[in-house]
Write a protein that binds this ligand. Structure first.
Ligand code: 1CP
Length: 337
């Protein structure tokens, strides 16, 4: 079975690009909401292999996408480190903040806690045996996960992590080391369980001050990529440094990733990166929400602009919750003709 996503990630352009969408599973799908309604706790939902396999497959079945992305969350790693993590309905994640050495010293990664995720990967892999869809595993990159761990939530201006990164080197380095180790272990396990591609979500790359970028993003990411590649040299890794702007080039050179996820703020066709790198992105999720000709025209423009290069069609960020599922079907149709 030829999986288009995998050949593009080897550097071979496809006349019609493979397509999948960040956050392709989730609340915009009625079949997701139906299953989610029976599960109170989001973490336990993610750690229920039977449910997670089903939810992973829902968008692939409905839209015949070229990839399934493991249904899980980047905050499962802090959970497995022993940090208290919970989700507030309609608001998002909350964590008991870790801001000093004493709190940090209590954390230790317990891989057993995430064993159900590996069951999910195996279940999805078995279901996709005869499919052209590839299975993507993922984790959050250290700066992004550390942001939630330190701030205790998303959506702030990230004052605490920035202050600690500037002023408490030993704390920050120790947290980065802990996350590099846990994340490497977690991704390697996903590879053993059957993930065919791995993506590192650096969703908050846009908040890193320039003089911290090396230490907060490039170096920890490079260490994870090296550790994973040592075990799984043939599994391609996509990095998604959202909001990295001019840092994208350095990110591509310094981290060792095989593909770069590009946000909608970046002119993807204008990026000049090593030819071996695949680019993934970057339709504005608002256009998917809006649908219609504006969406179709922009999607076709993007495909035309990336012709001849190894390119994976995606959004610049995740599917927005109020998005009508029919718009996704329309988008797939517009791209495949
Ligand atoms: O109650 C619900 O149903 C919760 C909604 C939800 C879902 C569907 C959350 C809470 N996480 C997820 C699944 C998820 N998260 C997936 C797998 C499904 C898929 O992509 O199809 C993935 C890859 C993620 C990754 C994730 N979680 C990121 C990185 C991508 C991004 O959006 O930038 C981040 C930042 C998170 C944290 C998180 N988890 C959930 C929410 C609402 C958030 C974002 C909070 C914030 O905006 O700060």
């Amino acid at each position: 079975m030829v999986k288009k996503l995998l050949s593009v990630l080897k550097g071979e352009p496809a006349p019609i690009p493979p397509i999948w969408l960040m956050r392709q599973a989730g609340r915009y799908l009625p079949e997701y909401r139906a299953l989610r309604a029976n599960a109170k706790d989001f973490i336990q939902f993610c750690l229920s292999p039977e449910l997670a396999v089903e939810v992973t497959l829902q968008p692939v079945r409905r839209f015949e996408l070229d990839a399934a992305i493991l249904f899980a969350d980047i905050l499962l790693v802090p959970h497995a480190l022993g940090q208290k993590v919970w989700f507030v309905e309609g608001e998002g994640p909350r964590l008991e903040p870790v801001r000093d050495q004493a709190a940090l010293a209590k954390l230790a990664y317990d891989p057993k806690i995430l064993a159900p995720v590996m069951q999910t990967v195996k279940g999805v892999q078995a279901a996709l045996k005869d499919s052209t869809a590839a299975l993507i595993g993922f984790a959050g990159a250290p700066w992004t996960v550390a942001t939630y761990m330190i701030e205790g939530a998303g959506g702030t201006d990230h004052e605490n992590i920035r202050r600690l990164a500037w002023t408490d080197g030993p704390f920050f380095s120790r947290l980065m080391d802990l996350l590099v180790e846990a994340t490497s272990f977690y991704l390697i396990a996903q590879g053993h369980a059957g993930a065919e591609v791995l993506q590192l979500f650096e969703s908050w790359a846009g908040t890193v001050p320039a003089n911290l970028f090396e230490r907060a993003v490039l170096e920890p990411t490079a260490r994870i990529v090296k550790a994973v590649k040592a075990q799984h040299p043939d599994i391609p890794i996509i990095g998604f440094p959202r909001g990295a702007g001019a840092w994208i080039t350095r990110y591509a050179e310094a981290t060792g990733v095989d593909g770069i996820g590009v946000d909608q703020m970046t002119d993807m066709a204008a990026l000049s990166l090593p030819a071996r790198l695949s680019l993934q992105g970057n339709l504005d999720p608002v256009l998917l929400l809006q649908g219609g000709n504006a969406m179709r025209d922009e999607a076709k423009k993007l495909v035309a602009a990336m012709a001849g290069r190894p390119f994976i069609f995606n959004l610049g960020h995740g599917v927005m919750q109020p998005t009508p599922p029919e718009h996704v079907a329309d988008l797939v149709k517009a791209i495949r003709g």
